[in-house]
Design a protein around this ligand. Structure first.
Ligand SMILES: [Ca+2]
Ligand SMILES: [Ca+2]
Ligand SMILES: [Ca+2]
Length: 501
């Protein structure tokens, strides 16, 4: 048997073939997926039925060249098709055929007709290879990242001229050692500790630049809701190549700092979670004062158990969404979206959420979406306290005519406290965290969904990870990495994207 006109296998048959086989009205299996007939793997491109045992000799290009110009024969089409074939024949390399290209099966090379001679095409390996569209296939484990304690948030950022960094909001058990977050620098393919920054039950790190200055702000939860805490803004010191304390802001169990820029004005919004016994507490938007070179209070927005601010723009309108997680009684309450008008954020829309901890905004083509991470189902609506971490998390799409976000797609999530949207080439993805990893099986899985147009987001990948609270994606040296913070332990992890082409 000859396959691909190259490989020949010989086997003596016990019986004469096909003398004792009825060929009339018989079925012949060429390739079958059923293991009964031997599994066929590969690609069958052409099938020709020819009588006679010399079929391969007649259809395949001859092994021995019969052209004086060449050391390898190159009939692009076997003899039997010659009459009706319009394509080039291997003899056809005259001065009129200059530039014709054909593939020499036996020499396994591409040849071009130059002045009556088929010549090997030498590929210039220095030339950039054509860029093929790549598609995320799966994630593979890359490296562990040790932190001083469980971490709720990670921020990845670049400092021009210095490199790639990340900082994790870690906190250790209280009353032990002093709390600290560690900033890491990407060195030789891994994050190595770079600077230790004192924190107080850090919840969120936010990196931003103002002019040519680099800042890092930490939202500190503090010890308890009865006392205020200092949350701190650090500024990069060029000479010492370290972040130095720059300004501290009084916060109440702060959960999040959100930086945004509008028309060259710089803002920092803090999500205050609770004050004393009440979840109702003012969250504050700070604005950069150019003269004083400090952030100053700009607007106060009353919030209830605020967990996250998310800033986004749609058609030059500026929005802020707040995720409200708990009102003291139940996690089932409204989260709110505000829109900027005359320098103030005003109420735009309320959306009912269940222990909301994160909003993620993203756009696909002309459409704008918001997805909420609903983390915890607690309150009268779940008085049996059943599957508290099992919730529905929903994607909303902005109806631009009616100016309202409408329910678009709902996912079953398990202790979801973070959504991260990312795009690779033309594909769009959502990864959702899973912060508990408790008893139920789904609870061990972190899921990735891919945008598939009319099918919306479709689950394409599930990973058994450690409990994770925040996902960040970054690119370095052409590779795509995923870094998640471990909500419950001291080992956060980096994964690497594997692509199909
Ligand atoms: Ca983050
Ligand atoms: Ca935020
Ligand atoms: Ca997020």
């Amino acid at each position: 048997m000859t396959t691909d006109c190259i490989n020949t296998r010989r086997k003596r048959l016990i019986r004469k073939w096909p003398s004792d086989i009825r060929l009339n009205s018989s079925s012949v299996f060429i390739g079958s997926c059923s293991s009964k007939f031997g599994v066929f793997q590969g690609q069958l491109k052409d099938l020709i039925f020819l009588p006679g045992a010399d079929a391969s000799v007649r259809t395949c290009p001859p092994r021995i060249p019969h052209h004086t110009h060449m050391d390898n024969s190159l009939p692009a089409h076997p003899d039997i098709f010659r009459q009706n074939s319009p394509g080039p024949r291997w003899e056809d390399c005259t001065w009129m055929d200059v530039g014709n290209i054909a593939y020499d099966l036996h020499a396994n090379s591409l040849k071009v007709c130059v002045n009556g001679i088929w010549q090997h095409v030498t590929l210039n390996l220095q030339a950039p290879s054509p860029k093929l569209p790549k598609r995320l296939d799966y994630l593979e484990f890359y490296k562990d990242l040790k932190t001083p304690g469980p971490s709720i948030d990670v921020e990845v950022f670049r400092i021009e001229g210095e490199g790639l960094f990340c900082v994790l909001a870690s906190s250790r058990g209280r009353r032990k050692k002093k709390d600290v977050s560690v900033m890491y620098k990407w060195t030789a393919g891994e994050f190595v500790p770079y600077q230790r920054i004192p924190t107080d039950a850090a919840q969120c790190w936010e990196h931003f630049t103002i002019g040519s200055n680099f800042f890092l702000a930490v939202a500190n939860y503090g010890d308890n809701s009865a006392d205020p805490t200092n949350s701190t803004i650090y500024k990069w010191n060029r000479r010492k190549k370290r972040f130095k304390e720059f300004q501290s802001i009084i916060t109440w169990t702060a959960r999040d700092f959100e930086y945004f820029e509008i028309d060259n004005d710089h803002f920092l919004a803090v999500a205050n979670h609770a004050r004393g016994r009440s979840q109702s507490v003012d969250s504050i938007i700070y604005k950069w004062n150019r003269k004083e070179r400090r952030f100053r209070e700009h607007q106060v927005i009353p919030t209830v158990g605020a967990y996250d601010w998310t800033y986004f723009t749609v058609n030059n309108f500026h929005f802020l969404a707040v995720a409200q997680a708990f009102d003291g009684l139940t996690t089932l309450l409204d989260s709110k979206i505000f829109v900027l008008q005359n320098n103030e954020f005003i109420f735009f829309q309320a959306i009912e959420t269940t222990g909301a901890t994160d909003w993620e905004f993203f756009s696909i083509k002309e459409d704008s979406f918001l997805v909420v991470a609903n983390a915890y189902n607690y309150g009268p609506q779940n008085f049996m306290n059943k599957n508290q971490y099992q919730t529905n998390s929903t994607v909303y799409r902005l109806d631009k005519d009616r100016r309202v976000f409408k329910k678009f797609q709902t996912f079953k999530t398990y202790s979801a406290i973070d959504w991260e949207f990312f795009s690779i080439e033309n594909d769009h993805y959502l990864v959702v965290s899973n912060a508990q990893n408790s008893n139920i099986e789904q609870d061990l899985q972190t899921a990735i969904y891919r945008w598939q147009g009319a099918d919306k987001f479709v689950l394409v990948h599930e990973m058994f990870t450690l409990p994770n609270s925040d996902w960040e994606i970054f690119e370095e040296d052409g590779d795509v990495y995923f870094l998640y913070s471990n909500a419950k332990g001291r080992t956060s992890q980096i994964y690497k994207a594997v692509f199909t082409f």
